[in-house]
Design a protein around this ligand. Structure first.
Ligand code: NAP
Length: 286
């Protein structure tokens, strides 16, 4: 990769950010498309987020991805939100058009695509349990409700966040039933009707840890577990699910799908097919 005086800069803001595989796959796609651009990781803490977003304008950065913990807070720092990002209340992509910053959320589409590609899962009519209540959970909620799931349960460590999500989204999606739980061992007795699909939207697993109880016991036999966390591979959650004979997928397929959509927003063209998946060592069979 040759960096010139005209090289376009895109990147990712996160804390932590060192684990992110986005630089690897985005730079592979940039190279394959022959663009004069580079994708850079920026370690940005919550306290620095406001200054970092302002720097996008000041330094003519074309755009950024946002990862933990910035997806919700960034909504208030951009000039405009696209309709889907507004409904989700969290963004993972900013596009800078001549100093005007617009926020998008490509996680929602990325999750549905990955569920289909990695698990052959059509969520319509299903019971889905979401772990977490942060930005990634908001994107998952909108994706699942728009795809007409029958029931969504949300279990979070900080209960007022999950309660707030239920309140907000049950008003928006009357066709879906909602339930709220504490993310702890009491979940197993309170969520007594088994679910078809479990989606981990928390960052638990990123450091090799588990939830401290067998959360996979919430699933029906033949159910599936999708872990948005993708490193270390496999996560403790996916290990437990595999031992139970459940279908599993980590977050790599979603990472590729949301990244392809962000690339198209910044560069006005789709990346070469499969380049991002190959950079993540994912199979070509989708
Ligand atoms: P976020 O807004 O900061 O939310 C983090 C969530 O994790 C909150 O619900 C938080 O619970 C929960 N959490 C954190 N530590 C916990 C712990 N020790 N025990 C229980 N719960 C804990 O982050 P986010 O943007 O939603 O991202 C969450 C995860 O999804 C990250 O690992 C991110 O990398 C991953 N992700 C992956 C993809 C992909 O493409 N594969 C896309 C989006 C996100 P509290 O509310 O109690 O703090």
């Amino acid at each position: 990769m040759q960096v010139s005086g005209k090289t376009v800069v895109v990147g990712i803001f996160g804390d932590p950010v060192a684990h992110s595989l986005s630089p690897r796959m985005q730079n592979a796609a940039i190279q394959a498309s022959g663009l004069d651009a580079v994708y850079v990781p920026f370690h940005v803490t919550a306290a620095q987020l406001c200054d970092a977003v302002k720097s996008i304008r000041a330094m003519s950065i074309r755009g950024v991805n946002l990862t933990i913990p910035h997806k919700e807070a960034s909504c208030d720092l951009v000039d405009e939100l696209d309709a889907s990002a507004q409904m989700i209340g969290a963004i993972n992509t900013i596009v800078n058009d001549n100093g005007r910053l617009k926020g998008y959320n490509t996680d929602s589409l990325g999750l549905l695509k990955a569920l289909k590609q990695e698990l052959g899962c059509d969520v319509a009519g299903k019971r889905v349990l979401l772990l977490g209540a942060g930005g990634a959970c908001r994107a998952a909620l909108v994706a699942l409700c728009q795809a007409k799931v029958a029931w969504v349960g949300i279990a979070n460590r900080t209960r007022n966040r999950s309660q707030q999500l239920i309140e907000e989204f049950s008003a928006k999606f009357s066709g879906t039933a909602f339930a709220e739980y504490e993310l702890g061992s009491s979940l197993l007795s309170s969520c007594y009707e088994p679910v078809d699909l479990l989606v981990n939207t928390t960052s638990v697993g990123l450091k090799g840890e588990d939830f401290g109880f067998l959360v996979v016991d919430c699933l029906k036999p033949g159910g599936a577990v999708f872990d948005m966390v993708y490193t270390p591979e496999p996560t403790m959650l996916l290990n437990q699910a595999r031992k139970r004979g459940l279908a599993t997928a980590d977050g790599l397929g979603m990472l590729a799908a949301q990244g392809e959509a962000a690339f198209a927003l910044w560069f006005g063209q789709s990346p070469e097919p499969l380049v991002m998946r190959r950079a993540l060592n994912l199979s070509d069979e989708i």
